[in-house]
Design a protein around this ligand. Structure first.
Ligand code: FES
Length: 106
């Protein structure tokens, strides 16, 4: 099994609730979110047509894609409202906090 690597993204002291920002991690774009004192990290690509999720609205751990209103659970990436047959879950990343940095394990 491959060892996970911690990739620090932002200092924890710089993140407030409502934080939402995309980071390049290797070849992937990771959307880091803080809402209601919880961190989430998901791919910045909708499971429908792959549009960016960064401008989506977030409500109680659910992100709504601004393009066609699909909603995804930020905890596990699952589709909440399956409006389209061709929509799939989005990738989620494991959050880690180390030495004051919030990041993901990849
Ligand atoms: S691209 Fe997100 S709902 Fe269609």
């Amino acid at each position: 099994m491959q060892k996970m690597e911690f990739v620090p993204l932002v200092l924890e002291e710089n993140i407030n609730n409502g934080f939402k920002k995309v980071f390049a991690v290797g070849e992937e774009n990771v959307l880091l979110v803080k809402e209601e004192d919880k961190y989430y990290a998901v791919e910045n690509s909708c499971g429908h047509f792959g549009m960016p999720l960064e401008s989506g609205t977030i409500n109680h751990g659910v992100i709504r894609c601004p393009s066609h209103a699909m909603r995804f659970d930020l905890q596990n990436g699952e589709v909440i409202n399956n409006l389209y047959d061709d929509c799939h879950a989005i990738k989620v990343y494991k959050i880690a906090v180390a030495d004051g940095w919030v990041g993901v394990e990849v």
